[in-house]
Design a protein around this ligand. Structure first.
Ligand SMILES: *[C@@H]1O[C@H](CO)[C@@H](O)[C@H](O)[C@H]1NC(C)=O
Ligand SMILES: *[C@@H]1O[C@H](CO)[C@@H](O)[C@H](O)[C@H]1NC(C)=O
Ligand SMILES: *[C@@H]1O[C@H](CO)[C@@H](O)[C@H](O)[C@H]1NC(C)=O
Ligand SMILES: *[C@@H]1O[C@H](CO)[C@@H](O)[C@H](O)[C@H]1NC(C)=O
Length: 392
């Protein structure tokens, strides 16, 4: 199963292009003859001339051939100090050459010590799953502004997509090594796990929210941060019913590992704490049943995490999502809101429509922190009312 996932730009330790990773040590052979030195120099000079003529072609953009394939700025993991704690607890570059199998193994590591040897300020990791552009980046940037150090952003896109945002944006340089995703297939769960695993590499990330390019925040950052960091439960929608779309998607061949009584369904837009995120990344027993038996007309992203959490972490789940969505219009897709729909009253109703839900076992009217789905045209009117309604 794991070998099905195709790597992108993954230098192997035994490949020749690996100059940055395994620099060869120059040999110190002082007995070398003068003739040898001269002929060596001749060959060296010839190589230099040839090399610089090749370089003239690429030189405008790349300083060396190794840089052409593995730009140092993006791919070097540590600046000459690979064993420092600083790089271990928070890798300085998001791009890496690990396969999913290697990444998940590394991300699944949990310290045995309860205390940290550094000042750990818990952060919320915002995991954006998109094919391409993030039309609401300006709204999110306004939401994040002034709260640096309390959040991290990760973006999974199509492998070739390059996000074009300004250096000041919270999304700048936040793309992770990504793979092709086809909606409704197991590759979507793989992408979710890839986002989780990359975010787990930063030991300060404590809560993990999955979002899409059509999601917006409906409360300001301090409210969202406090709500998530102080929650005793994670927010993953999880339920069971007798319908064709729930019970009907269970495959008996999943038994005995997953029984029908354990089968769950829910929206993919999860919010997980670090312990649950690590548990999902580390699962190699139940996950493989989903690419095998959750198909066709079964959507692994709606079943794997809700079922897995029900089986092993039921008591840690609020069983509801913090992402608002409108299914009231029926059909296979939820309602999409455009520019005309954006009013103070509409956003106010998402923030609080009178319905109560539970937060840390107490009733509250703050049930949703995020909302979907919004069309790109909704950006301008949302920016217009964000300070009055959403208070950011
Ligand atoms: C990136 O965005 C800037 C500003 O919007 C634009 O000028 C530039 O052409 C864009 N670059 C690419 C590669 O799309
Ligand atoms: C969520 O569901 C699980 C399993 O049914 C249950 O154990 C747990 O108490 C529920 N969570 C809350 C907050 O009610
Ligand atoms: C409030 O929102 C919830 C969830 O979207 C919905 O089920 C409920 O009917 C709404 N209540 C009112 C009074 O609009
Ligand atoms: C912005 O809000 C003002 C007043 O609230 C309104 O007059 C104006 O039309 C709005 N602009 C957009 C683009 O929605």
């Amino acid at each position: 199963m794991w070998s099905d996932v195709k790597p992108i730009l993954r230098p192997r330790p035994d490949s020749n292009d690996d100059a940055d990773y395994f620099p060869s040590t120059p040999r110190k052979d002082w007995s070398i003859g003068v003739a040898k030195v001269v002929s060596f120099l001749a060959v060296f000079m010839a190589g230099l001339i040839l090399g610089s003529s090749i370089n003239a072609h690429f030189g405008r953009f790349y300083t060396s051939q190794a840089d052409l394939f593995f730009p140092r700025a993006v791919y070097s993991d540590c600046d000459g100090n690979c064993l420092s704690l600083k790089h271990f607890i928070k890798p300085s570059h998001l791009m890496h050459s690990m396969t999913d199998e290697e990444l998940f193994w590394r991300a699944s590591m949990v310290p045995r010590m309860a205390e940290y040897p550094f000042q750990r300020v818990p952060k919320v990791a915002f995991l954006f799953m998109t094919r391409g552009a993030l039309p609401f980046a300006p709204l999110w940037d306004r939401f994040f502004k002034g709260h640096e150090g309390l959040f991290s952003v990760y973006v999974h896109s199509l492998p070739d997509y390059r996000l074009n945002v300004s250096k000041e944006s919270a999304f700048h340089g936040r793309q992770i090594p990504s793979e092709e995703v086809s909606w409704g297939s197991i590759t979507l769960v793989d992408a979710e796990k890839r986002l989780l695993a990359n975010a787990l590499l930063d030991f300060s990330n404590e809560r993990f929210v999955l979002l899409s390019e059509s999601c917006i925040p409906v409360y300001n950052f301090p409210t969202v941060y406090e709500y998530l960091i102080s929650s005793a439960y994670s927010f993953v929608h999880s339920f069971f019913d007798d319908s064709k779309q729930c019970k009907g998607r269970y495959n008996r061949r999943m038994a005995p590992l997953i029984k029908l009584s354990e089968w769950r369904k829910g929206s993919q837009w999860f919010e997980l704490n670090r312990e649950l995120a690590t548990s999902i990344i580390a699962d190699r027993k139940y996950y493989p049943l989903f690419p095998k038996y959750c198909r066709p007309s079964c959507y692994p992203d709606e079943h794997y995490i809700p079922t897995y959490l029900y089986m092993f972490h039921g008591g840690s789940n609020a069983n509801r999502s913090v992402t608002w969505v409108d299914w009231s219009r029926g059909g296979p897709h939820p309602a999409m809101y455009g520019a005309k729909d954006i009013t103070v009253e509409f956003i106010q109703a998402i923030r609080n429509n009178g319905t109560k839900c539970e937060y840390n076992s107490q009733p509250t009217s703050v049930c949703y922190l995020f909302a979907r789905k919004f069309a790109p045209a909704a950006l301008e009117p949302l920016l217009n009312i964000s300070s009055t309604v959403m208070e950011f």
